[in-house]
Design a protein around this ligand. Structure first.
Ligand SMILES: NC(=O)c1ccc[n+]([C@@H]2O[C@H](COP(=O)([O-])OP(=O)(O)OC[C@H]3O[C@@H](n4cnc5c(N)ncnc54)[C@H](O)[C@@H]3O)[C@@H](O)[C@H]2O)c1
Ligand SMILES: O=C(O)[C@H](O)COP(=O)(O)O
Length: 389
């Protein structure tokens, strides 16, 4: 049976699924076929040649060297939507915390602990320092209307906010789930210019890195508040600090603080807690475990971030999977090797995504090592697996 190496604390409910199916789950495994991790920054040298699949128990996978994995035919998975509600709830909390000055107010209240009988009087005298606006009736701007963005949008509408969102790649699923009251911006500037609160819910990649910068801040309303529960690198912290110092930005709420952001009343620094709820942790771990099991035992690919979705029930007891570069004549060459070996194909699925393609081939009998060697020798083939039930 297969071995799974874990990084970070993965919820027991997910690991128990694997153990129950006979997997060995070990954080110290040397030659694992699968890896499950959360935010651990996985280095290529930590991925041994035995690894076939890596499951990120969470949404963001910028901590996994995906290009390296693709080159080696390693399938990388994430768990879309599994922690979205946990993040949504903290975003709503972040809006309220930053609006009502809850954070400096709490710190001040604690600081007068030694004032004895004067405390109630001091509270009534000083409370006006911490007054802040209500969120109902204000405009929430959202960049990225995926699993989290849509939940935040719907909750904000329910709280009486006006919501305007921008997502040039809006999925059909998101569109189905989103309140009709959410206004669709045709460019991000419409969001930046109108937002009293701006929240970003996009992946961090080469295109989105540093997207909230001095130029964007200059377009925003004075006293707007920015919430970042997506990734630290999406925001230029120096530009945010300059805007806070200049009084043109009201507050910055971030789940990804660095040292420059700490020790200020106008920055609410949260230690990456968006998905740290028992519910989100369990959802992610269970989804990651099931996807990894499906891939390792049947070769089926569900929710990969580098390979195409490709899955079918096992029609025979003998299955081959072949990963290859997405170039012409690959299927012909693969099926010719099988035909030459007298192997009959009972069922087959071929899917591609960008530069990669994946084939599931159910055949009528065992596949010999020499057939595997011939398949591996085809120019463009990346990986071949034989799976039998
Ligand atoms: N703080 C946390 O604990 C926590 C938890 C989960 C996810 N996250 C982060 O939040 C991000 C979003 O998570 P999700 O579950 O909503 O992912 P998702 O994939 O469901 O949604 C991302 C959305 O961003 C959109 N998008 C991509 N580039 C864009 C751009 N340039 N402008 C506007 N929209 C763009 C996509 O079309 C997609 O709809 C993750 O990638 C991760 O980095 C953080
Ligand atoms: O992208 C994610 O899913 C979140 O950032 C959660 O990260 P975590 O699993 O380390 O809490």
């Amino acid at each position: 049976m297969h071995t799974i190496k874990t990084y970070n604390k993965i919820a027991a409910s997910g690991l128990e699924i694997l153990a129950g199916k006979g997997y060995t789950v070990d954080e110290n495994a040397a030659d694992a076929q699968g890896i499950i991790l959360r935010s651990h920054k996985l280095q290529p040298e930590e991925i041994t040649t035995s690894v076939l699949g890596i499951a990120r128990a969470g949404a963001g996978y910028n901590n996994v060297p995906v290009d390296h994995c693709s080159e080696h035919g390693i399938v990388v998975f994430n768990t879309p939507g599994a922690n979205a509600n946990g993040v949504k709830e903290l975003v709503i909390a972040g809006m309220l915390l930053s609006s009502r000055q809850v954070y400096p107010a709490l710190a001040w209240a604690q600081s007068i602990k030694d004032q004895g009988e004067d405390v109630p009087k001091m509270i009534e005298k000083e409370k006006s320092r911490f007054a802040g606006p209500e969120i109902a009736g204000k405009t929430l701007g959202i960049i990225g209307l995926g699993a989290i963005g849509v939940l935040v949008a719907n909750s904000a509408i329910a709280l009486g906010m006006r919501v305007i969102g921008y997502d040039p790649f809006l999925s059909v699923e998101s569109a189905w789930g989103m309140s009709a009251a959410v206004e669709k911006a045709t460019n991000p500037d419409q969001v930046y210019q109108q937002a009293d609160y701006l929240t970003i819910h996009v992946p961090q990649n080469d295109k989105t890195k540093g997207m909230i910068n001095a130029e964007v801040l200059a377009k925003m309303k004075d006293d707007a508040r920015i919430l970042n529960f997506a990734r630290g690198g999406l925001v230029d912290n120096a530009a945010v600090l300059a805007a806070l110092d200049a009084g043109t930005l009201g507050a910055y709420v971030t789940d990804f603080p660095d040292a420059s952001l700490l020790g200020r009343d106008d920055v609410i620094a949260i230690p990456h807690l968006g998905a740290s709820t028992p519910e989100s942790e369990e959802n992610c771990a269970i989804m990651a475990a099931n996807q990894l099991d499906e891939f390792l035992t049947r070769g089926n690919i569900i929710n990969s971030v580098n390979f195409p979705a490709c899955s079918m029930p096992m029609t025979t007891g003998f299955r081959l999977t072949v990963s290859n570069r997405n170039v012409p004549k690959m299927v012909g060459q693969i099926t010719t090797v099988l035909a030459d070996a007298g192997i009959n194909i009972e069922d087959m699925m071929n899917r591609h995504r960008d530069e990669l393609a994946y084939n599931i081939i159910d055949v009528d009998g065992p596949v010999s090592d020499s057939v595997v060697t011939s398949l591996q020798a085809i120019d463009g083939v990346i990986a071949v697996r034989v799976i039998s039930s």
